[in-house]
Design a protein around this ligand. Structure first.
Ligand SMILES: [Zn+2]
Length: 295
């Protein structure tokens, strides 16, 4: 699955080196990302050149819709100011914890948690496979339209399995709807597919074209199985660069749930893939994109 997240050419250069210091500068940075070619358009009918109303609002000449610069975009999902969003993406890029991010940005822990969830959803929504992860019935669909609290997994709902695929220096995370946790345990038990457990996360050795399969369990399934398999490194595979990169990072994600797990997997893949690039700018571009509508 290729990702179309590298659409940041029209953006202000070297954001990482010279971040905006004032609310006004921050707002200009975000506006340049929201309207990369300068011209504004209606988020509902895409008609160009809306009327400027008082208070920064805009009205579409075609469908009469009244909106503002951030309407329908990820960064409109919380009440953070432009400068706080920019500080939050910098804290995220620097791998600060949620608590450290809250202090750094000057917001409450809960606000930081919600905003970081929005940022992770924005990252995932940039992928060509976003519908698979966020569409109706997908694990993340309940978090769209305001990150809701995690629900319990319905008793008979399968635990999703993800495939990790590396191609040259990039890693891809695919949702594999044809596989469930049960099938992975079956491969392990009957076909000697090796598994390693780290907390509630199970990772396998190579499977078909995938470098590994990975899943996040919960207190029901497959926890008892997981308890019998303490973590150890695969002896024969000679290590797996992305997993070596991810393991210490996943450990920091406390209370990682099966539902949120793909957000963190996609985040880690993007971090890994962008380790030599301007990560904060990519994050802001994702936040300024429109929230997709899946029906
Ligand atoms: Zn319109």
């Amino acid at each position: 699955m290729l990702h179309n997240i590298h659409h940041a050419e029209a953006l202000p250069p070297s954001l990482a080196a010279l971040p905006p210091q004032t609310e006004e500068e921050a707002r200009e940075t975000l506006l340049a990302l929201c309207w990369p070619d300068g011209g504004k358009a209606c988020p509902r009918c895409h008609a160009k050149a809306p009327y400027q109303l008082a208070g920064g609002r805009l009205r579409c000449g075609g469908c009469r819709y009244t909106f503002h610069d951030y309407t329908g975009r990820w960064l409109n999902e919380t009440g953070l100011s432009a400068l706080k969003w920019i500080k939050l993406t910098q804290a995220f890029a620097a791998e600060l914890s949620t608590r450290e991010t809250a202090v750094e940005v000057g917001i409450s822990y809960n606000t930081a948690f919600k905003a970081l969830t929005v940022l992770r959803l924005a990252i995932l929504s940039q992928g060509a496979d976003a519908r698979q992860f966020m569409g109706p019935g997908a694990p993340l669909h309940p978090l769209l339209g305001g990150p809701a609290q995690d629900e319990q997994r319905p008793p008979n709902a399968p635990l999703p399995v993800y495939g990790l695929l590396s191609r040259s220096k990039h890693i891809f995370v695919d949702l594999l709807p044809e596989l469930t946790a049960e099938s992975v345990l079956h491969f392990n038990h009957n076909f000697h597919l090796r598994v390693v457990r780290h907390g509630s996360i199970l990772i396998t050795d190579r499977y078909k074209s995938y470098d590994a399969l990975i899943l996040c369990g919960d207190e029901n399934m497959p926890y008892h199985y997981l308890l019998r398999h303490p973590g150890h490194i695969f002896a024969e595979s000679g290590g797996y660069p992305f997993w070596d990169y991810s393991r210490p990072r996943l450990r920091q994600f406390k209370g990682l749930s099966w539902r949120r797990f793909p957000l963190y997997l996609k985040e880690l893949a993007l971090r890994y893939n962008m380790r030599d690039e301007d990560f904060p700018r990519t994050l802001l571009a994702a936040l300024c994109a429109f929230v997709p509508k899946f029906t």
